[in-house]
Design a protein around this ligand. Structure first.
Ligand code: AMP
Length: 508
């Protein structure tokens, strides 16, 4: 009788209880034996609060040691972990709580007053967790309860097919979709990545990613834990802190912005990185130019991989052989990948550009309470239609050539234009709008709103009316006005024309 994910992830670490699992830049440490005890304390509290197997635990908290332990405790207690971006506003949180109907919502102490009513409306219990554990402090009502709870817990049995997490993605129609991930989805992908990237108990991962997203939570934390390795847990990506902690690390996982920022800093050189075993990149395209510049400066070739919330990781450049700039490498072991004609679904010959479809133990079980949406994104033979357009070269390397949906990826976060367009269109004086992503020197892409408005409407008025209604990363950096939106013969807005026209607006 086991808990598929919790037992799988902790087996190596619990065999060496005195080893560090995680430490902060300020040297607050948690060994694997403390992981056992603290996850037991939180699991006991969750059970006391009424969490039963299959219940969702929604969490919008700052990154901290205890926040990660709350994830592990939720799995251990048989719950379904539901992390939420810290930038989401109260009205966005209301949607997630109403849709997911969690048993418990955990927020930061500072946001409790603002969110208590939202939780009450969704008939969800609310507790708080602050980031004090990073300094060795008990911080928040949940942490206080855990502090006095027993350090033993009989782990709840769960099979590979049970849900472990729901991660919300943005929706093209403006509604976010909850991707349902099972114990086996997460464990199998961690096992694959550990083997493919050579993670071992000797690894120390510099962890500067957020933990409400698949990259920082699953790709990074699960893989390291499965290997019995350790992490230096940084609240955010801060160049000074990153360079100060780099000497103690063996590996780092990043989004492309991390690497462009490091390249702008003279501390990045051969000496400061010579001891590093691995740098990986994902969540957004790494420019071939960045890959080359990084290698020139450090002698290290960044290993780029490709995945998504719904599928965990699908492809990776190889660890031991050529990491090819501008590509995302090969399908991972046990992952089937094909390129198809987006309309007919026919598999294309090698070299053709088309829809990337994937199948394997990594692929999610569907969208929460959206059976029709789920059905429309899976082929009859079980392949998931990713929405990414790609190509496979003659050596088998996969490249991503574009996105089928008009997703904007800014600073590694996905923004679906429709959600913002709907809000802009509601404003007085707006006739219609189109939201696009254009190159941004820091974030990869930035959001720009193109608006057809009546006379007198001002950029500032639109920008300020969106503040507080959208997470900051979704808010447009600029609004530009046009006479009319370019459309094709089918009446569809040609966003490519807009991107071309306004492509330089954020890079000047
Ligand atoms: P998310 O669900 O937030 O992880 O976003 C997934 C999307 O990010 C994918 O569908 C891709 O469009 C994009 N993505 C992830 N990794 C890469 C990569 N290495 N290169 C290009 N796009 C990527």
């Amino acid at each position: 009788m086991t808990n598929h994910l919790f037992d799988g992830l902790t087996q190596a670490g619990f065999a060496k209880p005195g080893r560090d699992f995680i430490r902060t830049a300020g040297d607050v440490r948690m060994t694997y034996s403390e992981v056992e005890a603290v996850s037991a304390r939180y699991a006991n509290v969750l059970i006391d609060l009424g969490v039963q197997p299959g219940d969702r635990v929604a969490v919008q908290v700052d990154k901290s040691l205890d926040a990660l332990l709350l994830y592990l405790a939720t799995i251990r207690a048989g719950g379904v972990f539901l992390p939420l971006n810290t930038a989401y506003t109260a009205s966005e949180i209301e949607y997630f709580l109403t849709d997911a109907e969690p048993r418990l919502f955990v927020c930061t102490p500072a946001k409790k007053d603002a969110l208590a009513e939202v939780a009450e409306n969704a008939r969800t219990a609310i507790e708080t967790l602050g980031a004090g554990s990073n300094e060795g402090r008990v911080d928040g009502s949940l942490a206080m309860k855990a502090d006095s709870a027993p350090a033993q817990f009989q782990t709840i049995c769960r099979s590979g097919e049970n849900l472990a997490a729901i991660l919300y993605t943005s929706g093209t129609t403006g509604r976010s979709k909850g991707a349902m991930l099972t114990h086996e989805n997460l464990l199998s992908n961690a096992e694959t990545l550990k083997a493919y990237w050579g993670f071992s108990e000797d690894d120390v991962l510099l962890h500067a990613l957020p933990i409400f997203h698949t990259h920082g939570l699953f790709v990074a934390s699960n893989t390291v834990m499965l290997a019995g390795g350790s992490m230096i847990f940084l609240p955010k990506f801060d160049l000074d802190v990153v360079f100060a902690n780099l000497p103690a690390a063996t590996s780092m996982m990043g989004v492309p912005t991390f690497y462009t920022r490091m390249l702008d800093d003279e501390r990045l050189n051969r000496d400061s990185t010579a001891h590093m075993r691995l740098f990986t990149s994902g969540s957004a395209p790494l420019l071939a130019e960045t890959h080359r510049a990084f290698e020139q400066r450090t002698g290290q070739r960044i290993l780029e991989r490709y995945g998504m919330t719904e599928t965990n990781m699908n492809t990776s450049n190889p660890y031991d052989s050529e990491r090819r700039a501008g590509t995302v490498g090969f399908p991972l072991p046990n992952v089937e990948l094909r390129i198809t004609d987006p309309d007919s679904g026919e598999t294309l010959p090698n070299g053709g550009i088309g829809m990337i479809e994937v199948k394997g133990p990594n692929v999610f079980k569907g969208y929460w309470r959206m059976p029709e949406k789920t059905a429309s994104e899976f082929r009859d033979d079980g392949f998931f239609v990713t929405g990414d357009l790609g190509q496979i070269d003659e050596d088998g390397y996969v490249s991503i050539v574009g996105r089928d949906k008009d997703l904007v990826i800014t600073g590694g976060y996905n923004v679906y234009p429709k959600e913002i367009e709907l809000l802009i269109d509601e404003l007085d004086g707006v006739i219609e709008s189109a939201v696009i992503g254009v190159p941004h020197p820091d974030f990869g892409e930035g959001v720009v709103g193109v608006v057809v408005g009546k006379n007198g409407l001002e950029e500032k008025a639109i920008l300020s009316s969106l503040e507080g209604r959208l997470a900051r990363f979704k808010q447009p950096k600029r609004i530009v006005f046009v006479e009319e939106l370019p459309r094709n013969t089918m009446g569809k807005v040609q966003k490519n024309v807009l991107r071309e026209k306004f492509g330089n607006i954020l890079s000047a």
